[in-house]
Design a protein around this ligand. Structure first.
Ligand SMILES: Cc1cc2nc3c(=O)[nH]c(=O)nc-3n(C[C@H](O)[C@H](O)[C@H](O)COP(=O)(O)OP(=O)(O)OC[C@H]3O[C@@H](n4cnc5c(N)ncnc54)[C@H](O)[C@@H]3O)c2cc1C
Length: 494
């Protein structure tokens, strides 16, 4: 069956990323015909679902992977500033939609949760001090405090300090600007608002093929409930299929993905829900990744609120599944291997022995070893309180860089075809936190001729944080967004 109408925009996948792009386009160009195709029965149920990610509003406030240390001991703050700026755009975007009455009560998907960084041992404490020094002058990090005072740390992190060896050198940074986000609820609210504006969101519809037709994309879709196949035609396609993005692009013959490989790593967490325990950790606390471990494995202990209930989450631990989606197929990995990317896969295995060793250690890890890792954060942890849960699939992009096989670490990148009729987001993280600025970049890359007309609306909807900082408006806009989202405390100029 061929749908004879030509769509302006087809969004493949109903996760946070497609929902964000759809919202931007529907606002900027309400006369365009937009359709969202989702293989599952409900939007936001893969990586964007609350239990499939850690819910951290990544802003660079506490995650050490954004602030590497150089050989001279100084810390490079560039990555933290970049993600801090991207998150500012996301906050402004969500706040604007809340102000328009499109997202309901923001307390259902975002709440203030202090972000803390833990430096352990003499070296860890020295790193934390250097990190604090590198960030504290920047306006987005103005409230970042540091302390090594035990009584202060006990007030900030009672659960983490209880039972800890007093001789262990530790220091902690804290920002009260941090957030915990339920990206699943946010995705569903964005898509419900889009449906109210006439956008078609077709669940149970799986995209099976993408083919270039005459000046159009032909999209082969299977209705999984009715077991019926149809073809849609669209001027523009965005592939926001999470882990399934690369195979769809491979099938479409997109030359930009030639040579790229993909490797799935499942995230697992320990979860505790006993109220007395949860009450003792009102924060997200990030530490150092283990030697040789990829940056996505930075351990953290998080207060989470999901469906109105409070929990603690510790991890991530890595596991292996050959699926590219949590509810994907066992054959996903094998089917993604092709003559053009086999050398990249082999080179990645050859050139990253410490990464491989880390993965093998993780895969063979016993529950006792996981408890030992948890006790580094919670010395008094009891196994009975903690349950192992499987979160989402991270499909890491592999590429050959300067002859070496490389696993692209923390970071998602936009891919735009040469003719700008198809775009996609590749890479696993921090796609959710950075979704607004990433999708503005997709708009700029794919619709350059429309940008002058959209510019002024975009300044309100999803402002560019670098421009706000350069013109001295960033802190006022951030304060306004935080107030609208019900976040506390408000950041001030001083
Ligand atoms: C363990 C873990 C922890 C994370 N922690 C954080 C965090 O703390 N903060 C943060 O910002 N980010 C975090 N992330 C990353 C974040 O979850 C993702 O970047 C984000 O959810 C990706 O959104 P998406 O819309 O691209 O993909 P998804 O949410 O996975 O959505 C893709 C959608 O496409 C659908 N789909 C797939 N194939 C097809 C097809 N062929 N046809 C139709 N539909 C299809 C899927 O069913 C799915 O609904 C984490 C990820 C993991 C795995």
């Amino acid at each position: 069956m061929v749908d004879t109408e030509i769509h302006d925009i087809v969004l493949v996948g109903a996760g946070i990323v497609s929902a964000t792009l759809g919202t931007l386009i529907a606002t900027l160009q309400p006369d365009w015909r937009i359709t969202v195709l989702e293989r599952l029965g409900e939007p936001g149920n893969e990586s964007s679902h609350a239990w499939n990610n850690a819910g951290t509003g990544h802003a660079g406030l506490c995650e050490f992977n954004y602030t590497p240390r150089g050989s001279d001991g100084t810390v490079d703050a560039t990555g933290a500033v970049r993600i801090g700026e991207q998150y500012l755009t996301s906050l402004c975007f969500w706040a604007e939609l809340v102000a328009q009455g499109q997202l309901g009560d923001p307390g259902d998907f975002i709440r203030s949760t202090p972000h803390l960084g833990l430096g352990r041992g003499t070296d860890g404490v020295a790193y934390l001090r250097a990190r604090h020094a590198a960030l504290r002058e920047h306006p987005l990090f103005a409230d970042l405090e540091i302390s090594a005072d035990r009584s202060r740390l006990e007030a900030w992190l009672p659960l983490v300090l209880r039972g800890r060896d007093e001789r262990e050198p530790i220091a902690v940074t804290r920002s009260r600007q941090g957030t915990d986000v339920d990206f699943g609820v946010l995705t569903r609210r964005l898509l419900a608002a889009l449906q109210r504006r006439g956008v078609a969101v077709r669940t149970h519809h799986e995209v099976r093929s993408l083919r270039r037709g005459q000046g159009r994309w032909e999209i082969g879709v299977r209705d999984r409930r009715a077991d019926r196949v149809e073809t849609l035609r669209s001027r523009f396609v965005f592939v926001g299929a999470g882990g399934a993005t690369l195979p769809l692009l491979q099938g479409a013959g997109v030359p930009e993905v030639r040579g790229l490989g993909a490797f799935p790593i499942s995230g697992r967490f320990l979860r505790a829900s006993r109220p007395a325990l949860v009450a003792e950790h009102p924060a997200k606390l990030y530490g150092h990744a283990a030697p040789g471990a990829p940056s996505i494995s930075v351990p953290h202990l998080d207060r989470r609120v999901v469906a109105g209930r409070e929990h603690l989450l510790f991890g991530p631990f890595a596991a292996f599944s050959p699926r590219f989606l949590k509810r994907g197929r066992h054959t996903d990995l094998v089917r993604s291997i092709r003559p053009d990317n086999l050398p990249t896969l082999l080179a990645t295995a050859r050139d990253n022995p410490s990464l491989l060793a880390y993965l093998v250690r993780q895969l063979t890890q016993s529950s006792a070893a996981r408890l030992a890792a948890l006790r580094e954060f919670v010395p008094t942890a009891q196994e009975a309180d903690w349950k192992l849960i499987t979160a989402g699939q991270r499909v890491q992009t592999l590429r050959t860089v300067a002859g070496r096989g490389t696993m692209v670490g923390f970071g998602a990148e936009q891919l735009i075809t040469e003719d700008a009729t198809l775009a996609a987001l590749l890479g696993a993280s921090p796609g959710a936190s950075a979704s607004a600025s990433a999708m503005v970049a997709v708009l700029a890359g794919c619709f350059p001729d429309r940008m002058p007309a959209w510019e002024s609306r975009l300044r309100t909807l999803a402002p560019n944080a670098s421009e706000l900082l350069a013109t001295g408006q960033a802190i006022d806009r951030l304060a306004h967004a935080r107030r609208t989202l019900g976040l506390d405390p408000l950041i001030s100029r001083s």
